[in-house]
Design a binder for this molecule. Structure first.
Ligand SMILES: Cc1cc2nc3c(=O)[nH]c(=O)nc-3n(C[C@H](O)[C@H](O)[C@H](O)COP(=O)(O)OP(=O)(O)OC[C@H]3O[C@@H](n4cnc5c(N)ncnc54)[C@H](O)[C@@H]3O)c2cc1C
Length: 299
């Protein structure tokens, strides 16, 4: 029998499983879907506390995650790089945001913030995490679990994202639907964010060979089908902000449901269950800090 069963194989489950292994535990992961089929695989994914409230715990997890990804980018971990970013600031935002202490080169000019953050191509990165986990002797079983009692282990980590609503009876969880368009990269190297663009939220995240264009934040919408009109609108407004995107070939379109939670992420022990879910639009941003907290709670 494993010391710990981690339920969930998204970014929170896999990083938690690795942190637990590093702390000396024998770990098994059980998940309804392969890592590549999770919400985590849809994420753009850049370090930024999207749709998450200011909170010292969140800042701590984000700071630690920033450090781990920076170190991984430095040694060439699959899919991890550092991405310069321009963030267009429209009315209302003054000075430095609450998360700036986590970002070493943050600078604010009138109308624009600039900073460099980790960016992760989630498909290769999740595969890399799974390889590391298996290399340490871990096992992944694909199975949907309806009750924690089905899991025979002294400690169970609940990293099920939105799946925690029925499992943990948490009615504070809700989806924030996100749709993105992936296009060929016409030579872009800097991320652009314009969250309050008059036509809708804009983000443009270049990766090694493509660019993720977004996005949408549809609160309470759990529809995972791709909407053609939404995609057209995303292409129109991102191209307005970055004209070099004009005519870029569409490679892919994706939809994911961010696991948002009233009160912020739940990372706490409840008997033998350690909950680690509700990371909203910031699961990649908070994953390694969360995983280390899970390992501490397990000890
Ligand atoms: C369009 C989009 C863009 C995003 N961009 C970013 C970004 O740039 N930066 C960032 O930090 N975040 C981003 N996010 C948010 C990020 O994707 C999420 O916060 C993160 O994926 C949550 O990870 P998770 O491991 O908690 O959940 P998930 O990835 O959903 O994984 C949950 C796991 O639990 C399993 N599970 C659920 N229920 C059960 C059950 N009953 N039995 C067994 N297994 C179960 C699932 O199969 C899955 O393996 C984005 C999200 C979207 C949709």
């Amino acid at each position: 029998m494993a010391d710990v069963v981690v339920l969930g194989a998204g970014i929170i489950g896999l990083t938690s499983a690795l942190a637990l292994q590093e702390a000396g535990a024998e770990v098994a992961v059980v998940a309804a879907e392969e890592p590549q089929d999770t919400v985590s695989a849809v994420a753009a994914a850049v370090w930024y506390p999207t749709r998450i409230d200011a909170d010292p715990r969140v800042l701590g997890w984000g700071t630690r995650t920033f450090e781990v990804f920076s170190e991984e980018a430095g040694r060439g971990a699959p899919g991890v790089s550092m991405r310069p970013t321009r963030m267009i600031i429209r009315s209302g935002a003054e000075g430095r945001p609450w998360w700036a202490p986590a970002v070493p080169d943050f600078s604010a000019d009138p109308g624009e913030w600039r900073f460099t953050v980790p960016a992760v191509e989630m498909v290769p990165y999740l595969a890399h995490l799974l390889d590391r986990f298996r290399g340490n002797g871990g096992t992944l079983t694909i199975r949907k679990v309806d009750r924690f009692e089905e899991l025979d282990a002294p400690t169970v980590v609940n990293a099920t994202g939105l799946g925690a609503a029925p499992l943990a009876g948490d009615d504070g969880l809700y989806p924030i639907r996100g749709q993105v368009v992936v296009v060929d990269n016409p030579g872009l190297t800097t991320s652009i964010r314009d969250e309050h663009h008059p036509l809708g939220p804009v983000y443009i995240h270049p990766r090694s060979s493509d660019v993720v264009l977004g996005g949408t934040f549809e609160v309470g919408d759990a529809d995972r089908t791709i909407r053609a009109a939404t995609a057209e609108a995303i292409i129109e407004r991102t191209t307005q902000v970055e004209p070099r995107l004009a005519g870029a070939r569409v490679r892919n379109q994706l939809v994911g449901l961010r696991p948002a939670r009233h009160g912020g992420p739940r990372v706490e022990a409840q008997g033998r269950i350690i909950h680690a879910y509700g990371h909203s639009g910031a699961g990649m941003t908070l994953c390694w800090g969360t995983a280390e907290e899970v390992a501490r709670l397990a000890r």
